[in-house]
Design a protein around this ligand. Structure first.
Ligand code: DC
Length: 251
């Protein structure tokens, strides 16, 4: 193989890649993705927030969550922006900060319903790809490694036992001042798992080339460290002078 002429001396700069993190509700995806993005200096693309925002606006505008066409119209008109402020990934829709409103139990249920419509998923696909056009993005969701960014440089599937996930979600809701009940949260997690994994279009599934991380007995730091090591390695390979796997990828 011939090398391109005149390579600069010294190590090649690291390339800002796309990182895809998928997994079920409550596996710790959001906090791992947020911390990973912070450590890498990347943008965080919370794809669940997009489905949540569609559900919120459907509720406000009187569009039924089961109305695929109506919800898809909302999704294609959506103007969303993510801003990292004081370590929080805030979500703005049409300029309004909807970060808190999209986290209610009601909107959680709605987001799962609207996300089952292929028309809605298609409408949000372009938006997600546009938001990640420049690279340097940590995308988290259910199908980011399989459908949205199949060529992502690093892919993870983060999971944990359902009981542990329900407890984490319950604690999150309680901390946010929501009227939470553990058994209801567990039932909710099971229902959403069944819907997310059972839907016809883009079901929640692990990409063949994703690294599986089970956070049942791992602390958040261990999860992030594991991801960070792998992403740094992929960045170095992507920015290296040779093809993937060139020997220049060491620190
Ligand atoms: O991750 P989350 O709980 O904020 O996601 C909200 C809902 O959106 C969830 O029920 C699954 C759905 N979702 C999806 O279908 N595809 C994604 N890429 C992200 C979320």
């Amino acid at each position: 193989m011939t090398s391109p002429p005149g390579p600069p001396s010294g190590p090649a700069p690291n390339t800002r890649v796309v990182v895809a993190i998928d997994g079920p509700a409550g596996a710790g995806k959001s906090s791992a993705a947020r911390e990973l993005a912070r450590r890498l200096g990347y943008t965080l693309l919370d794809t669940g927030a997009l489905y949540r925002t569609v559900a919120l606006f459907a509720r406000r505008r009187g569009v039924d969550w089961d109305d695929a066409t109506g919800c898809a119209k909302l999704a294609s008109d959506l103007q969303v922006e993510f801003r990292l402020e004081d370590g929080e990934n805030r979500v703005f829709a049409f300029g309004e900060d909807v970060s808190a409103a999209i986290r209610s139990a009601d909107v959680s249920e709605g987001s799962s319903r609207v996300s089952s419509h292929p028309e809605v998923r298609r409408a949000l696909l372009d938006l997600q790809r546009r938001l990640a056009r420049e690279g340097g993005v940590v995308a988290e969701g259910r199908d980011v490694g399989t459908v949205v960014f199949p060529d992502a440089a690093a892919k993870f599937f983060l999971t944990a036992d359902p009981g542990v996930r329900a407890r984490r979600r319950y604690e999150e809701l309680a901390a946010a001042g929501e009227d939470a009940d553990y058994h209801a949260t567990f039932a909710d997690i099971e229902r959403r798992d069944a819907r997310d994994t059972g839907r016809a279009e883009a079901p929640l599934t692990q990409a063949a080339d994703a690294r599986r991380i089970d956070s049942t007995e791992l602390g958040p730091d261990e999860v992030v460290e594991t991801m960070l090591r792998e992403v740094r390695d992929r960045e170095a390979r992507a920015g290296g002078t040779g093809p993937q796997g060139s020997e220049d990828a060491s620190e």
